[in-house]
Design a protein around this ligand. Structure first.
Ligand SMILES: Cc1cc2nc3c(=O)[nH]c(=O)nc-3n(C[C@H](O)[C@H](O)[C@H](O)COP(=O)(O)O)c2cc1C
Length: 372
């Protein structure tokens, strides 16, 4: 299957595998698609080690990274920044989270120093970009917002493709003006931060204004039939996130993966209670608690992550050791395709199945058009 995307990315299959686990990224690239590492939660040292490891695994095959990139890379002392952000968290919110942990009996994690999300810190993003560009990445994606000029210029000089996720037409217009090489039309079905327009509606709308810039469809794609449907909408390929959470190599806690395997397509919701912006995730008792009368409204990004991340650290650890009430709260980002997860499979097998089933479906549809 040759498309403008396979030409641009130098890959065999019009498929991107987005995941935070280096082993998933490596397996997807080795299978002839493009693995993209979600790098937002890593320190520069971790990212450097992971990209080195991925390169050892994939040989000459291309791969990419995805970062949350702020408009300005202002410097400044990290401790001062985190302290000033922490000071903005209202006592009401701190008490609510403490009471929630107490209500569910979630143990403290003694001696554990919590490191705040690096995406709150432009200084760290600057270091992450230096690490990414010191490796032979072939694509860099900007998760939220328009890629700033400093990134576009640096990527173009290095021959690296700049990609950006869009959830509506106005986003795409801004990204095209900024000079991106690839757009990802991400529908509301998707896991993670997402808008309100469905992939079926959004993809052709973005394709129609993108001109020569290839568009990938994202959100709700976890099978060959869904991949074929995306190509039918005019996409040059697909960008899949959730499906890799059903891979053996994915690093999500086992308790999370078990909840995913048991979930139906009705079991996700968009909620701002983890990051401050609406993100699709598995519904759990956590969300019901934030919906209760008297619960505070989520804080804006990045304050909400700063508030709740230590609690999630505790919930994940307790759930992993079988704590029943922690399992009620346990959740993670995932899209509506979670309802189609049957069992955990190797990432390479998922890649092959998606591509093979897509090809089969396209041939069948060709036959349909010819009336056979
Ligand atoms: C667990 C998870 C985390 C995600 N985190 C990010 C992120 O950090 N940056 C980003 O650009 N997209 C993120 N996304 C969205 C994916 O890039 C992708 O657009 C989406 O998963 C596609 O829809 P699907 O989940 O139906 O496959 C995330 C998705 C999931 C499932």
């Amino acid at each position: 299957m040759r498309t403008p995307f396979t030409e641009l990315a130098g890959v065999e299959h019009p498929l991107v595998g987005f995941n935070r686990s280096p082993a998933v990224v490596a397996e997807v690239s080795r299978a002839g698609a493009l693995g993209v590492l979600a790098a937002t939660a890593y320190t520069p040292e971790e990212l450097d080690a992971q990209l080195t490891w991925i390169e050892e695994q994939v040989g000459a095959q291309p791969y990419g990274v995805d970062l949350l990139i702020p408009a300005k890379l202002a410097g400044g002392d990290r401790n001062d920044l985190v302290a000033s952000l922490r000071a903005q968290i209202p006592g009401e919110h701190i008490r609510f989270v403490e009471q929630l942990m107490a209500k569910y009996g979630i143990p403290e994690r003694n001696g554990r120093e919590y490191t705040p999300a690096v995406n709150a810190d432009p200084g760290i993003v600057s270091e992450l970009l230096d690490v990414a560009f010191s490796h032979r990445i072939s694509l860099i994606a900007s998760a939220l917002g328009t890629p700033p000029a400093y990134l576009v210029e640096r990527a173009k000089a290095a021959g690296v493709t700049v990609a950006a996720l869009v959830g509506k037409r106005a986003h795409a217009e801004r990204q095209l003006d900024a000079g991106v090489d690839l757009l990802i039309a991400q529908g509301t079905e998707a896991g993670g931060h997402t808008g309100t327009i469905a992939t079926m509606i959004l993809t052709p709308e973005i394709v129609d204004i993108a001109g020569d810039v290839p568009v990938l469809a994202a959100g709700g794609i976890a099978s060959g039939r869904q991949m074929a449907a995306a190509l039918a909408l005019g996409a040059a390929g697909v960008w899949c996130g959730s499906v890799w959470l059903s891979s053996e190599e994915d690093i999500a806690p086992a308790a999370v993966k078990q909840k995913f395997l048991a979930a139906t397509s009705s079991d996700t919701l968009r909620s701002a209670t983890r990051t401050g912006k609406p993100a699709r995730q598995l519904r759990s008792a956590w969300h019901d608690e934030w919906d209760e009368p008297g619960a505070p409204a989520p804080l804006p990004m990045p304050l909400q992550s700063l508030l709740v991340q230590p609690a999630w650290d505790r919930i994940d650890a307790a759930a992993e050791s079988g704590h029943v009430r922690a399992l009620e709260l346990e959740s993670f980002y995932v899209g509506q395709v979670v309802g189609s997860f049957g069992r955990l499979r190797p990432a390479a097998e998922i890649t092959r199945d998606l591509v093979d089933a897509c090809r089969t479906r396209l041939v069948e549809l060709g036959g349909l058009a010819e009336g056979s």
